[in-house]
Ligand binder design. Structure first.
Ligand code: FPP
Ligand code: MG
Length: 298
């Protein structure tokens, strides 16, 4: 497995590639009507680890996928992720004024513009994938289906968000909490990995292993996110902390305690790594990312 330092450097390199692709995919700020394009660009380029594009890219690379299409789909993932963050921060949802260390979209551009910027990013993501023109349209169609489902209402991002909003009792049951986490955050991460895989000639067994890895790290990521809301700092995270407790959110630390949550996240990272053991050293980066996710401070 690759060392944390190697993973950090690797994430940096991928971020530069993804950002260059996002530049190509997003309309210029001055494109008419400029207000919406400015708002879209503001949130996309506000920072962010580009973790989901990296997962797509690394899964695709593991099975010798074509870099160009992987980057295009990776950039689309970041557009979708950014849409979800803009909408999540809206006054009607989490009502947050800080994200990625900057004022949120609705604070800068107003609520109407923030809603529309989110809508536009979501739509642009599918335009970018469908328009990639890679001569393998069957594969891109599968990716579109995969992603649309993962961010939809049935065990997908919107479904998870709905149950999250409807859950105000932090001591709720463990099954509901797992549903929220796996639907709200896990499904999209899993889909990022599966999309990278679907763009290659990988076998069904390969897809199953990547899916297992994705499920584990998706949940581990959200447990780490819950923990950071308790033990992280605003300076490191670039967003308001302590909000889960304030809003009586159902979280892993609230339900299981801090130490047990840490152990669960570490155990999930172990299991994620084990799922990729058949690939030996070729899976070193993805295994390193699993560790990085549970050890991250931002
Ligand atoms: C932080 O990602 C993001 C999450 C933990 C995901 C939370 C889920 C939502 C906001 C779903 C919202 C859904 C709707 C439909 C509004 P990150 O740490 O990778 O952030 P970064 O990209 O800034 O690094
Ligand atoms: Mg939220």
């Amino acid at each position: 497995m690759e060392s944390p330092e190697t993973i950090r450097r690797h994430l940096e390199q991928t971020r530069a590639l993804v950002d260059a692709e996002l530049e190509r995919v997003l309309p210029p700020a001055e494109e008419y009507p400029p207000s919406i394009h400015k708002a879209m660009r503001y949130s996309v380029f506000a920072g962010g680890k580009r973790l989901r594009p990296t997962l797509c890219l690394e899964a695709g690379r593991l099975f010798a996928g074509e870099e160009k299409i992987l980057l295009r789909v990776g950039s689309a993932l970041e557009l979708i992720h950014t849409y979800s963050l803009i909408h999540d921060d809206l006054p009607a949802l989490d009502n947050d004024d800080l994200r990625r260390g900057k004022p949120t979209s609705h604070v800068v551009f107003g609520e109407a513009a923030a809603i529309l910027a989110g809508d536009a990013l979501l739509t642009l993501a599918f335009e970018a994938i469908a328009g990639a023109g890679n001569g393998a349209s069957g594969r891109t169609l599968r990716v579109i289906h995969e992603l649309a489902h993962a961010i939809g209402t049935i065990r997908g991002m919107v479904g998870g968000q709905v149950v999250d909003l409807e859950t105000t009792d932090s001591t709720g049951d463990a099954a509901r909490l797992e549903y929220i986490h796996s639907a709200k955050t896990g499904a999209f991460m899993r889909a990022a990995l599966r999309s990278g895989t679907l763009l290659t000639a990988a076998s069904q067994d390969d897809l199953a292993r990547i899916t297992a890895y994705g499920e584990k790290i998706g949940l581990a990521f959200q447990i780490a996110d819950d923990l950071l809301d308790v033990v992280g700092t605003e300076a490191e995270l670039g967003k308001t902390i302590g909000k889960d407790q304030q809003q009586h959110k159902a979280t892993y630390p609230a339900l299981h305690g801090i130490e047990a949550s840490k152990r669960m996240a570490a155990q999930l990272a172990d299991e994620a790594c084990a799922a990729l053991a058949p690939y030996g050293e070729r899976a070193g980066i993805l295994q390193g990312i699993a560790r990085y996710i549970v050890g991250r401070r931002q």
